[in-house]
Design a protein around this ligand. Sequence first.
Ligand SMILES: C[S@@+](CC[C@H](N)C(=O)[O-])C[C@H]1O[C@@H](n2cnc3c(N)ncnc32)[C@H](O)[C@@H]1O
Length: 329
Amino acid sequence: MALDMDKLNAMIGKGLADFGATFHAALVHIGDELGLYKGLAAGGPQTPGELAKRTGTVERYVREWLNAQAAGGYVTYDKASARYSLSEEQAFTLADENSPAFLPGAFQAALAATRVVPRLTEAFRTGKGVGWHEHDPELFTGTERFFRPGYAANLIASWLPSLEGVDAKLKKGARVADVGCGHGASTILMTKAYPKSTYMGFDYHAGSIETARKRAEAAGVGDRVKFEVAKAKDYPGGNYDLVTFFDCLHDMGDPVGAAAHVRETLSPDGTWMIVEPFAGDNVEDNLNPVGRAFYGASTLVCTPASLSQEVGLALGAQAGEARMRQVVT
Ligand SMILES: C[S@@+](CC[C@H](N)C(=O)[O-])C[C@H]1O[C@@H](n2cnc3c(N)ncnc32)[C@H](O)[C@@H]1O
């Protein structure tokens, strides 16, 4: 054997970090669910007992969790006082739901996606798909919480204004269809920002549409937006000024068919806005941490979702702009 010991140690180090990260994903979700990060942010430096009391949890569990968090750099430990706290950056990413860099939603989604592993392993042999609707519902909420902060930070402030003439039309009163809307995060943000326009949210998953309706009611815009179960290839209505697809075109079995339907349902000078995960056009452009995360999500969720539907084009979540352009034109 001609093992290079430095390269071997680097490989083992990589594996060790990922081994820890696999457990860490579950611990982030537990901390998020129980309000441990928010309790740390609100209460300043605390002992495990103090945090447990504040959050209605048990000290022994909280102490172990805190040590894992501190070892991973998600919590700060002060040896002198034996107290744990969050730095400003840790609090911004872990304890603030409205921060554009809020991380726990991503972990919630990733963890939920892993529950499909036994079925997916079999699907690798058969080529069968696993539909979006067949996942643990935590995936739907996790996805909403992962994407919503980015939409809240960018959609109204920069994405819509960057489309020719769209901001002006929305201000005057336009017809909007948000397709593959999931829990309606993007739809509700647009409804709030442009009150003179009318909105339809469509998704093929009935459970998501039900939740979207509840979200709209809670946001006080239930009378100005309608959510209906419909596929991207046959959603109702026409003459839309704006059709939006947020992180869903690549999940569809027939994105070419969806594109044709969008074309038919747009007004002559209407706009189609497609939001997709950023990717380079070649595999080698995506061999980086973002590519890793999205190829991973794509293997567990997006590719099987597309394969479960008609045509099953399976674009994947890292298709790249050139491939997307080919599909939509
Ligand atoms: C990754 S989620 C994104 C949800 C939402 N747009 C967001 O950004 O939070 C993908 C969504 O596409 C929906 N979807 C998948 N295939 C579809 C199809 N053929 N027609 C309509 N919706 C579809 C799924 O139900 C899911 O809600």
